[in-house]
Design a protein around this ligand. Structure first.
Ligand code: UT7
Length: 332
């Protein structure tokens, strides 16, 4: 079996910044409520011309440049996204056309709510490890503003737009070590689209509290299962495995969910206070929840700022509509 390493990353966020102060003028909310309950101060909103495809294409172009490969070397494109307009055909095809990727390239979208990037990365991991393809591009991109109701204070304060991408390549060294995928379809109705909206797409409708409770539990479970796939390690063995992890990049939905999951890990693994919390990478303050973009965007920003470096052991962990959840264990 081959290894699959990340050889380049890229990201893109739109220019327009929607702050909590703007939102105070739009719905009955306050900067203080939003910061205290979510950790978000601002988010980026795409212009009318920008789509999940155009944002994803820029992120991918940057990842290609970062990896130093030629665009022709990409043999397959996997896109995690939820907001393609029109929904058919795929965002992957639009992106491949925009970037002039090779003619016989296979491309497809993965729709798994905000967990789309984790699922897409797992698929790319198996394609590279099996020897099917040598170089696979993975994009996470969403324009949640197109399905957000800016009259609903329960949701509009949370979401933003953006894109991130990675290039996976067959290699000798350890890369994506393994992934864990989960889902609970019985909870599907907690996060859906309402029928009415001006664009006809529908708006996000969410039972926030219930999603919050699910998210915390799912992230803890997925982090532990990706470290111990057979589920046989006792808590001391799990703690040793966990201590080797340098950083965790969680889906950026709510800073309280992230810190709550970290506290739960500390308690389950009997870790000293703060030992899991200090591993958590948080970018939500500036970007809000931009769905499939949140994890690859945080990965790219962290590598650029030096928060992460090559050789680090990292868990990417997400959850989202479906309800779905997943984690990828990676040696950068
Ligand atoms: O990618 C996955 C997508 N979704 C998520 O990850 C969301 C998960 N859920 C959450 O992040 C949180 O549940 C929220 C941020 C959505 C809400 O925070 P909460 O601490 O769970 O608040 P709550 O829903 O229990 O609401 C508390 C109060 C309610 O008022 P009453 O009933 O106590 O009078 C809400 O109506 O806060 C009110 N509220 C607001 N107040 C000011 C809800 N949204 C707002 C708001 N500004 N924007």
């Amino acid at each position: 079996m081959y290894q699959a390493s990340i050889i380049g990353t890229g990201s893109y966020v739109p220019e327009w910044v929607l702050t909590n102060y703007h939102l105070e003028k739009m719905v009955d909310t306050s900067d203080q409520w939003i910061i205290e309950r979510t950790g978000i101060r601002e988010r980026r909103i795409a212009s009318g011309q920008e789509t999940n495809v155009t944002m994803g294409a820029i992120a991918l172009e940057r990842a290609i440049k970062d990896s130093g490969i030629h665009v022709e070397e990409i043999e397959c494109l996997v896109v995690g996204t939820n907001t393609t307009e029109p929904v058919w055909p795929s965002a992957g095809g639009h992106m491949a056309k925009l970037l002039d990727l090779q003619r016989d390239l296979p491309f497809f979208d993965v729709q798994a709510g905000c967990t789309g990037f984790n699922y897409a990365l797992f698929i790319a991991e198996t394609l590279v490890k099996s020897g099917q393809y040598r170089t696979v591009a993975v994009v996470g991109t969403d324009k949640l503003s197109s399905i957000t109701d800016y009259q609903d204070r329960n949701t509009c304060v949370l979401f933003g737009d953006g894109a991130g991408a990675v290039i996976l390549r067959q290699s000798e060294r350890e890369g994506i070590i393994r992934s864990h995928l989960g889902g609970n379809a019985k909870l599907r109705d907690l996060l859906t689209l309402s029928k009415k909206s001006s664009t006809g797409n529908g708006y996000i409708k969410m039972e926030g509290r219930k999603v919050y409770t699910f998210a915390k539990r799912a992230m803890v479970q997925s982090c532990l299962r990706v470290l111990d796939p057979s589920g046989t390690a006792d808590h001391k063995e799990l703690r040793l495995l966990f201590e080797q992890v340098n950083k965790i990049i969680p889906h950026q939905a709510n800073a309280r969910i992230i810190m709550g999951a970290a506290e739960e890990l500390e308690s389950r693994l009997e870790l000293p206070d703060g030992k899991a919390r200090e591993k958590m990478i948080i970018t939500i303050e500036q970007y809000g929840n931009n769905s499939c973009a949140s994890i690859p965007l945080a990965l790219d920003l962290s590598l650029r700022s030096g928060k992460l470096k090559r050789g680090d052991l990292v868990i990417l962990v997400g959850f989202g509509a479906g309800l779905t959840y997943a984690a990828n264990l990676i040696r950068l």
